[in-house]
Design a protein around this ligand. Structure first.
Ligand SMILES: [Mg+2]
Length: 226
């Protein structure tokens, strides 16, 4: 069995910069944290969960742990802003649809692993008209605090002999590599060198990724004939 996993934001779409700015404005307004510092932290923290980013600044500002209740309150404001102003205008990155079609035709199981809350990523994938391209869409939740839990569960259930993960953050590369994926890093928001250092096997554009995947599949198929 072969498996392909996609990160979503920065990989299929890219609204990380808008999300970073919105995060900065929201927590600067509510918690008095520097707007720019928070926005930059968001960008640097690509691949981590939304909860992790709020936790970090709450702890830094108030020196205590962010409660679920306080998180839910501020997160719902954040989510509402995204749904109202950004999600309706989201466009797919160029070549994303072509890659999705290609991967769907060549892999036995295709999934999304995102740091966006579970219900919200499902909503977004549906809004983008892409639900049919994925066998499973996973975001973060109590059950899945990070992408690590996604990888663990999927690999345990599917036991692939070949799997690939494509994402745009160093954290994506690091985690997928830990779970023995062949990794493709897209330099959408992060430098090529950071992705390579984090464990990316290949760094290329979305367009170029097709020939990379093709080549790897050919090797895999000819190896598995013996
Ligand atoms: Mg991403």
């Amino acid at each position: 069995m072969n498996i392909f996993g996609f990160d979503y934001d920065g990989t299929i779409i890219n609204i990380e910069p808008q999300k970073a700015k919105t995060f900065g404005e929201l927590i600067s307004h509510n918690w008095g944290v520097g707007k720019k510092e928070a926005a930059q932290f968001w960008i640097n923290g690509g691949g981590t969960s939304r909860r992790y980013k709020f936790d970090y600044f709450y702890k830094k500002r108030f020196n205590e742990k962010l409660s679920d209740k306080t998180y839910d309150e501020i997160e719902s404001k954040y989510s509402k802003t995204l749904k109202q102003f950004f999600y309706p205008k989201v466009k797919l990155l160029s070549h994303a649809l072509d890659i999705l079609r290609f991967v769907q035709s060549k892999f036995d199981f295709v999934f999304v692993s995102s740091g966006v809350p579970l219900e919200e990523i499902k909503y977004l994938v549906h809004l983008n008209g892409l639900s049919d391209y994925f066998d499973l869409v996973l975001g973060t939740s109590k059950k899945y605090p990070t992408k690590r839990e996604h990888f663990k569960e999927i690999l345990q259930a599917k036991k692939p002999d070949f799997w690939m993960f494509m994402g745009d953050s160093a954290e994506d590369m690091k985690l997928a590599k830990e779970y023995k994926a062949i990794t493709i890093g897209l330099p959408t928001n992060e430098s090529e060198i950071n992705l390579k250092n984090a464990g990316a096997d290949y760094v290329c554009s979305l367009k170029e990724s097709k020939s990379v995947i093709k080549k790897l599949l050919t090797n895999y198929n000819s190896a598995s004939e013996f």
